[in-house]
Write a new protein. Structure first.
Length: 455
């Protein structure tokens, strides 16, 4: 199949746009894919608000499952890209094969553990005795099909990283369209409630997974093969992917802790605050997932040219990626203040809930433009194989977020927890800028002066 984008020769500005825009749009669709269950569940007659809180407490756990897909997917793609840049096609194919096996193994292990421990986990995630009745069936059904989530998300990274950005977008759109069509059918027509929402999701993810695997087997430049498995190579993949895993995984931990703190400090209003947070975090998905589509989807450009020792192309791509991320952040800052009421209406018609959720959305997006800097730079360092830099930067931001979340409600009340996002999005990016200015050119110069392979 003809390569969509030549990572080593196409004009850098055009290349970034042609890969970033489809990747961003794919994540836009993926966001809707992620929150459409919540939208339909929130509109179930009579029990919608309570059911929304139940599904909401599942959200961080399901995101944590997705973190394993990014651990392997984004851990393997920089190695594949660097290897492609070095002209080692067969070794690149071995990386894809090892990642496929790792994703299958993780799906079985993680899914089994989560199902066995679902009751204590859901209560830990913020489910009350009332909302547990809605959280448990949704969680159990979704986790049973987690292999489709891991394969569709994790292996799709290898499509995008080879320059097939439009194909990667199509795989996400396929799943989203299926989910949007099946949700109302299962929830309202078949009267399956939250069970129907979970069932629709795993069927949709299965369709995406089949599409992705078929493309990698038959049409990709670096195809999916079987065999040549290596524990040493798997170790390198896991090391490389530790940063995106930490980012997504700790996001889940933070939201789990947030739901628990909202329950604790919210008292009688705890369930309502968890429902509010479900809406707020759904909006943050609209911010962060497309932004990660830009910064993560373009990693292949950086990795390939880093492997090929083209520092000039790496620097040019970094500039355009940063500009796109910041531009998107600025747009979302404005939309959070203009379109907040319309967004909350998708989930609830309760006027008090809408007011509370709109306020939360405006607070968590106060520093969304600086946050864009963090996304571009952390993913950029990861693409260059510099996990020793990207991981501490990610962990540092999460630490600030968590400490703020614990301290603020003790003095100012439960709702001030939402300010934790803005605080972390100021301090974290400041550290990223410092590291980029002091380390980036040295990394590129060192690569240009060495002739040894990285993988």
């Amino acid at each position: 199949m003809k390569v969509e984008n030549d990572l080593g020769r196409d004009k850098v500005s055009s290349l970034v746009l042609r890969i970033a825009i489809p990747s961003m749009l794919a994540q836009f669709v993926s966001v809707f894919y992620s929150i459409v269950d919540r939208i339909f569940v929130g509109n179930i007659p009579e029990v919608g608000t309570t059911a929304l809180a139940g599904v909401g407490v599942c959200g961080p756990a399901l995101t944590l499952i997705g973190a394993f897909a990014f651990w392997v997917g984004i851990g393997g793609t920089p190695l594949m890209g660097i290897t492609m840049g070095e002209g080692k096609q067969e070794r690149a194919s071995r990386i894809v094969a090892n990642c496929f096996v790792m994703l299958c193994a993780m799906a079985v292990a993680v899914g089994g553990i989560f199902i066995l421990l679902r009751e204590p986990l859901l209560h830990l995630f913020g489910a009350s005795d009332i909302t547990y009745a809605y959280a448990e069936p949704y969680f159990r059904i979704y986790v049973s099909g987690s292999i489709f989530a891991l394969l569709s998300t994790g292996m799709n990274q290898f499509i995008i990283a080879q320059g097939y950005a439009k194909t990667g977008m199509c795989s996400v759109i396929l799943g989203a369209v299926m989910n949007i069509a099946l949700d109302p059918l299962f929830i309202f027509v078949f009267h399956m409630g939250v069970r129907g929402a979970a069932m629709a999701t795993i069927i949709s993810q299965a369709c995406s997974a089949v599409f992705v695997i078929h493309f990698l087997l038959r049409k990709a430049q670096v195809s999916l093969t079987f065999g040549s498995y290596s524990l040493e190579l798997m170790r390198k993949i896991l090391k490389m992917g530790l940063t995106p895993f930490a980012i997504v995984g700790l996001d889940s931990v933070v939201i789990i802790a947030m739901n628990g703190l909202l329950q604790y400090y919210g008292g009688a209003e705890g369930d309502a605050l968890v429902s509010c947070n479900t809406i707020v975090q759904s909006f943050m998905l609209v911010v962060t997932m497309p932004m990660s589509g830009i910064s993560g989807g373009t990693q292949g450009i950086l990795s390939y040219n880093f492997g090929a020792r083209r520092a000039d192309r790496v620097l040019a791509a970094q500039k355009y990626i940063l500009a796109l991320c910041m531009g998107y952040g600025a747009i979302m800052f404005v939309l959070a203040r203009v379109a907040g009421p319309a967004f909350t209406t998708l989930f609830t018609f309760d006027p008090d809930m809408k007011i509370q959720a709109c306020r939360g959305i405006r607070i968590v997006t106060l520093a969304v433009v600086p946050m864009a800097i963090q996304y571009a730079m952390v993913d950029g360092f990861t693409a260059l194989g510099q996990v020793q830099i990207s991981l501490p930067l990610s962990l540092g931001r999460k630490l600030v977020y968590f400490l703020s979340m614990v301290i603020l409600p003790q003095f100012f009340g439960a709702s001030t927890i939402f300010f934790s996002e803005a605080i972390a999005d100021i301090i974290g990016p400041a550290a990223c800028v410092y590291m980029f200015l002091t380390k980036n050119k040295k990394i590129l110069q060192k690569r240009a002066n060495t002739r040894s392979a990285l993988v």
